[in-house]
Design a binder for this molecule. Structure first.
Ligand SMILES: [Zn+2]
Length: 256
C-alpha cells in the first residue's frame, strides 16, 4: 500500500525505490536517490521509501529512454500500489516543473520545507499540487440495460461510461447530471457512489457513480460523443481495459 508523505518519518524498509520521470515516461530504479539528483519524496510503499526524480534535471542522465515505460503501459506490469506510486511521482514532478515561477508575478518560487507547496517570495502566492476532480457514471435502465457511449476521438469502436470534469461551484452530483444531459440529452434519477480512482493523465481524480435512468431520449452531440446506446449484459461492445474505473463500474453491474 502507498502512504503518500511529504518527507520520511522512519527509515526505509529496504532499498529506496526511485522513479525517474520524464513527461509521463518512468524508469524504475533502486538505490540512493541522491545519486540521481534532488528528489521529491513520494511516500512509502509497504514501508519502503519512494522518490521521484525529474529526469530533465542535470545529474539524472541515468534516465534510460530504452528502459522507460509510459505510465499507461506500466499498468499490469507492476503491482497496483507501485503503479499508483508511479502516478504520484509523475504528478509531483510535473507540478514541481510547472510552478518554478509565480503564476501571478513571475518571480522564481521556493519549495516549502514543511509541506508540498512552492511559494513566491515576492507576493506570497503558494502553489500546491493540483487535482482535477472528474465524474464518471454508468446509467442503468429499468430493463437492466446500461448506456455506453463512444467518444469521437477514440481510435477503436470502444464504448464506455460518460465522464466529465467538475466545474468550479459545482457538486459532484450536479456535475454528473449536467454532463449526462449535455452529452446524451437524458435526465438521471438517483445516484449511488461507487468509488474513486487517481487518474494521473495528467492530474485527475475520478469519482465513479451508478445512476438510474429517469427520462429523455438518447441524443448525442456528434462532436465529443459519436454514438451512445443501451446495452444488455450479453451484447456488450468493446469496453475499456481493467486499468480504468469505467471498467470496474461495468464489471460491477455485469456481476449483479
Ligand atoms: Zn508572486
Amino acid at each position: 500500500m502507498l502512504v503518500p508523505l511529504f518527507a520520511p518519518v522512519a527509515d526505509s524498509e529496504g532499498p529506496p525505490l526511485v522513479f525517474l520521470v520524464r513527461g509521463s515516461d518512468v524508469v524504475l530504479a533502486e538505490g540512493d536517490p541522491s545519486d540521481w539528483g534532488p528528489g521529491l519524496f513520494v511516500g512509502t510503499l509497504d514501508g519502503r521509501h519512494c522518490w521521484a526524480i525529474d529526469a530533465n534535471t542535470p545529474g539524472a542522465e541515468a534516465f534510460d529512454a530504452d528502459r522507460s515505460v509510459n505510465l499507461m503501459q506500466l499498468f499490469g506490469r507492476v503491482d497496483e500500489a507501485t503503479w499508483v506510486a508511479a502516478g504520484r511521482a509523475v504528478q509531483l514532478v510535473e507540478w514541481d516543473r510547472n510552478h518554478r515561477f509565480c503564476g501571478r508575478c513571475s518571480t522564481p518560487t521556493d519549495p516549502s520545507e514543511t509541506e508540498r507547496s512552492r511559494r513566491c517570495p515576492a507576493c506570497g502566492l503558494a502553489a500546491f499540487p493540483r487535482l482535477a476532480p472528474a465524474v464518471i457514471t454508468l446509467i442503468e435502465r429499468d430493463d437492466g440495460r446500461v448506456l455506453l457511449a463512444r467518444n469521437a476521438a477514440w481510435p477503436t469502436a470502444m464504448y464506455s461510461c460518460l465522464a466529465g470534469f467538475v466545474e468550479p461551484g459545482e457538486s459532484v452530483e450536479s456535475a454528473t447530471r449536467r454532463e449526462v444531459l449535455e452529452e446524451v440529452g437524458i435526465e438521471i434519477g438517483s445516484l449511488r457512489y461507487f468509488g474513486s480512482q487517481p487518474w494521473p493523465f495528467p492530474h485527475s481524480l475520478m469519482l465513479g457513480f451508478h445512476a438510474a435512468y429517469l427520462s429523455g431520449e438518447v441524443a448525442v452531440d456528434g462532436v465529443e460523443i459519436s454514438d451512445a446506446r443501451w446495452f444488455g449484459r450479453d451484447e456488450l461492445p468493446e469496453v475499456p481495459g481493467p486499468i480504468s474505473i469505467a471498467r470496474q463500474l461495468i464489471d460491477d453491474w455485469r456481476a449483479r
